[in-house]
Design a protein around this ligand. Structure first.
Ligand code: SAM
Length: 228
């Protein structure tokens, strides 16, 4: 059950639309160049994915709490990870860490077929409801996403939105040839964004990019609860 099943649905006012347009401008100034990503950020109502009290702050470029000790990622992080994926409409994308559902909405808005896994049940249920209300139709699953979702592999793209101690082999194996995996890898404090491209059955190219800070990926191929 949701804590608050009759939570107010905040209308997309002109003010919120204006703040969203400003956010797109900010992301452009910070270096995001993928027009598809910027267009999606300009369309998806981020305020719908946070508590109504945070509606206006939803368009600041910063993470916000979404309950259960988790966060909706900073818009720059969402845009940068999406840009690194080099997305095209029709691509099959697996996301590990649905959280609020905002990143999944961006991927849907870009025309991708989205699969997303969340380990915290209340977030899984809430994100499903919000995404459905907004008309997005990703396939969502509740559980540990660190082993991926073999039922629907191979994926053109895999995106991990929580910090991982290493690159799980199982995720690499679920990539299509020429597929791209974007995953933050490091310790619990700081991670390096990794972009891994599968060139053939056995050959992978690995790029280390900028540093980011994510909440931990907890599970079979992530951290164990007792390590936190
Ligand atoms: N993509 C999310 C969004 O748009 O709101 C933000 C994700 S938040 C930074 C990271 C999420 O990963 C949290 O909701 C957390 O519960 C989830 N998570 C952590 N470990 C996971 C795992 N093994 N499988 C699936 N989800 C996991």
């Amino acid at each position: 059950m949701l804590d608050n099943p009759v939570e107010e649905f905040v209308i997309d006012t002109y003010k919120l639309q204006g703040l969203r347009a400003k956010l797109v401008k900010t992301l452009r100034e910070k270096g995001i160049q993928d027009e598809g990503v910027l267009t999606a950020v300009g369309k998806v109502p981020r305020h719908s994915f946070v508590e109504s009290a945070f509606a206006e702050q939803a368009y600041d470029d910063r993470p916000l709490p979404i309950g259960d000790g988790q966060t909706i990622s900073q818009p720059y992080t969402v845009a940068r990870q999406s840009e690194l994926l080099e997305l095209k409409p029709g691509m099959k994308v697996l996301e590990i860490g649905t959280g609020s559902g905002y990143q999944a909405a961006i991927l849907c808005e870009m025309g991708c077929k989205v699969f997303s896994i969340e380990r915290i049940r209340s977030l899984h249920v809430k994100s499903q409801r919000i995404l459905t209300d907004l008309g997005y139709k990703p396939r969502l699953k509740w559980g540990d996403g660190s082993p991926g979702w073999a039922t629907y592999d191979p994926y053109d793209r895999i995106l991990v939105t929580a910090a991982s101690p290493s690159v799980p082999d199982t995720l690499k194996k679920q990539l299509a040839i020429n597929g791209i995996l974007v995953i933050p890898v490091g310790d619990l404090k700081i991670q390096v964004m990794m972009k891994i491209t599968r060139k053939s059955q056995e050959e992978f190219i690995q790029q280390r990019l900028n540093e980011f800070q994510f909440v931990p990926m907890i599970g079979k191929h992530g951290w164990k609860e007792e390590q936190l």
